[in-house]
Design a protein. Structure first.
Length: 470
């Protein structure tokens, strides 16, 4: 049986990683990716199988499931053909912690640069933020109710119980009157009628910027943020401020969320999510391929590969949220491999990427489809942007075909940057309209082939200028 959730038809027993992991079939995964990435069926199929295998592993007995390593993927292809987008959309589809990082940012321990374990710490921080936001949504209603009560207490402070000297009947009547007043204020508060009224609240002083201890052997943050150890010195004090109610509501809500969210639980769930469903996209792997020459910038290439190896094979990394095992994190590596080739990687690292997929360069027909068919198509984006100015833009099929043809031509004659070339071409085509949009008399504009050629003619004639502009 199928149900519809936010426009997507999914199986009724769908789960999401961590708490509800997606029981999407490989065909459904590819169908979702097709909405955003044109072509590259082999790469989509590979990631769909890898994702489904995760779900299969979780249904196995723990003693067997722990033995099944993820099938890491190596994507080979030029820039701009969809390598990063496939990985990013895959992570969004499954609510998985996702980190994109360039292998060239790492250096062998002992050289200037980041150590490879920092990517696991970054991934854990991303997961903590994800889980924290989920927990905040769970307690949002309770937090808002508590904030409302606090604001009402500020607007209608309790009176001193000199009332005790009065007759019980008088006290009882006064309490009823206060309750009626409180409910009247509550209605006004919810209607926003009191947003501009000033109240006095206690706020914590802003903490100093976090100081991270970075040791000589590359351990960033072994947790040592000084304000966590000595909170009184870094933002632990409070002071009174007079603010408008709409601002006070935000300040109190933030404090209430911090009070209601159990950060120990968040940390545990985040680590579990990273270990079971984390995805790391390791770009520019070809930049660290090759063996050491002993001198120059290549000296640490093999060292970086050897540092990456234990992380990808499976090790335990110390983070300030706890120990994280990397055994079942899915690594998707990518590189153009123009100068080097996958066989230039050290054999041990080659063996950790058993699935190899080659992504093909994009054609003119692909560019037309990218401009028109994807969920985030550039044509749709420009139409929506100019619609905010009351300008209706229409592209003829011939204009779209011309834009695709120009993008393909420039990619062939200059550096091939794939679909990213469409962004520069489209920006030049739409530059004049975007600039004049607020003052246009004609509120409907049709973009034709002739208009596209006119906007780009001078640039296309001058080959040197084309290198800089397009």
């Amino acid at each position: 049986m199928a149900i519809e959730l936010e426009g997507k038809v999914i199986s009724e027993n769908k789960l999401v990683f961590g708490e509800q992991e997606g029981e999407l079939t490989p065909q459904q995964i590819v169908a979702e990716l097709d909405k955003y990435i044109i072509g590259q069926k082999a790469a989509k199929k590979a990631v769909a199988i890898a994702l489904r295998n995760r779900f299969r592993r979780r249904k196995l007995p723990p003693e067997l499931g722990d033995e099944i390593a993820p099938k890491n993927i190596l994507m080979i292809g030029p820039t701009g053909v969809g390598k990063t987008e496939i990985s990013r959309r895959l992570a969004k589809l499954t609510s998985s912690p996702f980190l994109k990082i360039e292998a060239s940012r790492f250096t062998e321990v002992g050289y200037v640069g980041r150590d490879v374990e920092s990517m696991i710490r970054d991934l854990v921080r991303i997961a903590v933020d994800m889980v924290k936001q989920e927990k905040i949504k769970e307690i949002e209603a309770k937090a808002l109710a508590n904030v409302e009560e606090k604001l009402l207490d500020m607007l209608l402070p309790g009176r001193s119980l000199a009332n005790r000297r009065k007759e019980p009947a008088a006290v009882d009547e006064e309490q009823k009157e206060m309750l009626r007043t409180r409910e009247r204020l509550r209605r006004q508060l919810r209607a926003g009628q009191l947003d501009e009224r000033m109240v006095e609240i206690e706020v914590k002083e802003k903490p100093a910027p976090p100081f991270e201890f970075i040791s000589s052997n590359g351990f960033e943050e072994i947790g040592i943020q000084i304000q966590e150890i000595l909170p009184g010195m870094f933002g632990g004090k409070t002071k009174k401020r007079r603010v408008k109610i709409k601002e006070a509501r935000e300040i109190l809500l933030e404090d209430e969320e911090k009070r209601l969210v159990d950060m120990d639980q968040v940390s545990r769930l985040a680590i579990e999510r990273v270990e079971q469903s984390g995805i790391i996209f390791l770009d520019e792997l070809d930049k660290v391929a090759g063996r050491e020459s002993g001198v120059g910038p290549d000296v640490s290439r093999e060292g970086v590969q050897r540092d990456l190896l234990p992380i990808i094979e499976g090790t335990t990394v110390n983070t300030r949220f706890g120990l994280v095992k990397t055994d079942h994190i899915l690594f998707i590596a990518a590189g153009a491999f123009h100068v080097t080739k996958p066989s230039d990687l050290i054999p041990e690292l080659q063996g950790r990427f058993p699935i190899r997929v080659e992504l093909s360069p994009l054609t003119r027909e692909d560019f037309v489809r990218i401009l028109t068919e994807t969920e985030n198509a550039l044509i749709k984006q420009y139409k929506a942007l100019l619609a905010t100015e009351g300008v209706e833009v229409e592209f003829t099929p011939e204009a779209i075909d011309e834009i695709a043809a120009i993008a393909e031509k420039v990619n062939q004659e200059a550096e091939n940057i794939g679909a990213r070339r469409l962004h520069t071409v489209m920006e030049k085509v739409m530059e004049e309209i975007s600039f004049e949009a607020p003052n246009l008399v004609d509120r409907k504009i049709v973009i034709t082939r002739e208009y596209v050629q006119k906007q780009l003619s001078e640039i296309l004639k001058d080959q040197d200028l084309r290198k800089f502009i397009l």
